[in-house]
Design a protein around this ligand. Sequence first.
Ligand SMILES: [Cu+2]
Length: 612
Amino acid sequence: MSYPPSGRDDDRSPQPSRRRFLQGLVAGGAVAGLGCWPRPGWALKSPGMPTVLAGTEFDLSISETPVDITGRVRPAVTVNGSLPAPLLRWREGTTVNLRVTNALPPGSIHGHETSIHWHGILLPANMDGVPGLSFAGIHRGETYHYRFTVRQAGTYWYHSHSAFQEQAGLYGPLVIDPIAPEPFSYDRDYVVMLTDWTDLDPTVLFARLKKMSDYDNTYKRTVGDFVRDARRYGLAATIEDRKMWGEMRMTPTDLSDVNANTYTYLMNGTTALFRSGEKVRLRFINGSSMTHFDVRIPGLKMTVVAADGQYVHPVTIDEFRIATAEVIDVIVAPGGQDAFTIFAQDMGRTGYVSGTLAVREGLRAPVPAVDPRPILTMTDMAMGAMGHGAHAMGAMSPQATGAMAGMHAGHDAGMQGMQGMQGMQGMQGMQGMQGMQAHPASESGNPLVDMQAMEPRPRLDKPGIGLRGNGRKVLTYGMLRSAFEDPDGRDPDREIELHLTGHMEKFAWGFDGRKFSDVEPLRFNYGERLRIVLVNDTMMSHPIHLHGMWSDLEDEQGNFHVRKHTIDMPPGTRRSYRVRADALGSWAYHCHLLYHMEAGMMRQVRVEERTS
Ligand SMILES: [Cu+2]
């Protein structure tokens, strides 16, 4: 079985030659059977099992390996020659030693320095693997010895934190076996890692985003759409709607910066096997650089049992959205048919990748069509209370184009409640207005901020854009409940509010309108419990990841919901979570969309002993 390319219509069947090549290279790219661990029911070895390294001693060599994913040979960044990197299997309570050697060739387009970050793992700061923050990076020819005690269990992953190496293949699954028995049972265990591949040199892709941020957004709305909308909503409203989108320089279907026009989506395999009557655990990891995936297995219910490695109260669903860097463990009980399709389409509906769950190799189930393209409405971006379509135009304040143009348009279109806004100097001083979001002064008149959310909500119970009303039960954050009480229990001592900001056209991203390079670290006091409030002032979803500490997501009333390492922030949301600052040192805090991080949506968090 091959490493399947994504389902653009034109490349549904991989060429045999490519297949063979990848098979040899990837040591089998199939859905990763965790077969080397002794478990009953694993007598059937999954075809194309990837490299599995288990134990406490690991030698990992990072180098460049030519791969052929699309028909062209490109240099990938690999670990021990493997793409994805080998599955590492640890055991909770053991001390692991990982000797990571930089064997990148001189002149590599992927740089001369490397690193591995263990995503979601609690460890000392100098083991976290972020060059410039927690250590100096691993230079060519050097070996860095990571050594730490494993204090948790579950499904995680690891990836490079240097340059764009993560985009070029340096990512791998991490499975940690628990000391205590798990609260659920299963007969088989597979890792399903979803990633996005491009033949482009990632630095070239980044430069292209800087120059033409909408390069991949080919689905501009058509004249036909306009006529249809005018018939449906009236001409005036439709013109207003288009005018507004024009002012915001973005088309309504623009959900992600990079999509299947550039990417080939990969699933680390094609076939996971089962016997009728068995329960199968699937550990989904989104190891992509820029892609939110919507995952389902037509004909099968999935029971979610863990999120970001941590147990949750089981919840049975038909479909889930998984943001970049997130992890979702599900258990399925396939039966009634011999084959099922594991289907993962991108959020913008530009492509998909699929695999098969079957009783024997070679079987296939039908692959569904990609869902219709969702249209992003203004409501999706900010104001639940303001209705939809043209009515919600005031939802975002078009900062950069000056003052309140959007407000006026919205007012003219019949936005009650916005009247008091006219003539105001900006968004500051809004705190008194009910439900209105205040914004940091640093956003005001900032050329790197092109809009602001006016009435963002947590939206924990809302399926994401493109998943509403599709007839399937879709997982939401609101359904995720940790299987344990708030592990800290204290009320937060203080609150830090941060706004996710950007300028689409400039492809500038940051917190509070500031880039990583321009700001001081965020300071946490060692031992404190604090609340982080995030407000998304952009039209993109940003999966925000704090290194070294958990992010305990809460609801609007401050009730603990679910412990995560990555919190996705769709447009128009305001979400809060608690952090226990129990890890001294410097930590990265960033959007996990690789090019957003590189463009500045990153902060350093410094946890320090209080000096006074
Ligand atoms: Cu982002």
